[in-house]
Write a new protein. Sequence first.
Lengths: 148, 105
Amino acid sequence: MKKFNWQIWAGFLLTIFAFLSYPFIFIEWPLTRDFPWLNLLLFAAALVLLIVGLRRAFKPERRLFSKIAAPILTVLSVLILALFIFVAFIESRRLPASQAAPAVGQKAPEFTLADTNSKPVTLVELVSQPINNKPAKGVLLIFYRGYW
Amino acid sequence: MQKQLDTFNEAGIRVVAISVDTPEESRRLAQLAHYTFPLLSDQKREAINHYDLVHKGGGPSGEDISRPAEFLLDSSGTVRWRMLTENYWKRTTPEQVLAAAKELP
């Protein structure tokens, strides 16, 4: 029995971690979120392990299982990396330009929208109602994609 | 945002979040995430149309949703600061908004 080819499996698992750690861990801090450099470093480290493992798998004394499993894991890893690049650099930037969005100095368009109790709320109310018994200085409107 | 809500309120800033979710969906989100600021529902896409924030087909089953955006208005309803991110993973930090809020009259 040949020694376990740990590099190929470590490379594969590290690839999965490199992918999942972005939405679940590194999204928390602007430093690791705005550009996913830490995730790309993890992918690079995984790639090194995969290459080492792949070379090892094709040594003549390795079993057939190893020779089949290694390329499959490598291809899967490359696909995961490709998906990451697509999601992080292409899909997430497909946002409309919003040229007509109210600019600094312009009046924000009035609206009436339902709150979580389906009660209508107007922008005028939001701006004019006091906060903690003090007149409101301003309102922060956060538009978000939705929870679905 | 919830963590910084007191800081915002002390600075006289009301925080309001808007999406195309239904009031029921927003209520679920507020309960789940323990949000205490108002979540408003723009099911008819009226506000996001007026603010030019519609992301056509951006939803999971191709429905029109709002792109991420933040506007800081003063007490007259005039925009004093805004952030239209070009990458939906790249979001405004509360510190950025608080810095802008300091400039309000």
